[in-house]
Design a binder for this molecule. Sequence first.
Ligand SMILES: [Ca+2]
Ligand SMILES: [Ca+2]
Length: 247
Amino acid sequence: MQTSGVAAGASRVKTAAQVTKWGGTQSAFDPCYHRACDTYPSNISDTVLDRAGDAAAYALWTLATGSPPATVWSDTFETATGWTTNASGTDTATAGMWERADPAATTSNGAKQLGTTVSGVYDLVTGPLAGTDAGTYDVDGGTTSARSPAITLPSGTLTLSLSWYLAHGSNSSSADFFRVSIVHSGGTTALFTQTGAATNRNGAWTTGSWNISAYAGQQVRVLVEAADASSASLVEAAVDDVRITSS
Ligand SMILES: [Ca+2]
Ligand SMILES: [Ca+2]
């Protein structure tokens, strides 16, 4: 029998070597560990939870199958790998187009554009600057798209995963959206759409994964879109850590 676990540090103290490598201070990883301030949701780190979830899934898969999932293609956006904006020439956005950038944080009734990324300092974001207010460099006027370079998929079971967020103000509507699609030999197929709503939605990194085994053996591209459609609203979106694995 094999066992595995993921620990985030709890009351252990970050060493000087760890501070040198990852930043922070030589204090407890979680200063609220076993204390009254260890409450939900204020003492939950979405980033740590997200990474620990990935680590647990990886360990479970590897223990169950005897081999880790193989990375077919990945992009952390720390270097330029050839994403193209408005590749089909049909984008209608007039501002806030997708860019690979070190994003500035914006707030308007909560976080809208996140200044933090999932990996490194770069992500793919709709208009990276902060501007004079949150509405300066958000998506305006329609749809903006970014398309990955061509990826040749092997045979087998294939999974596309990425980190993303959509943020919008209460002036949003169901016409606004964030969408992930796959461009394949037979056309473009949407894998996931998060639509807007007439409520405030703050930016918060989350992960999604989709089975793309139907396109095994093909050359594909990943397409991400964000839209401020219908009446003008505050819309921001970002993507990081796009990965295709085979198992
Ligand atoms: Ca990154
Ligand atoms: Ca923006």
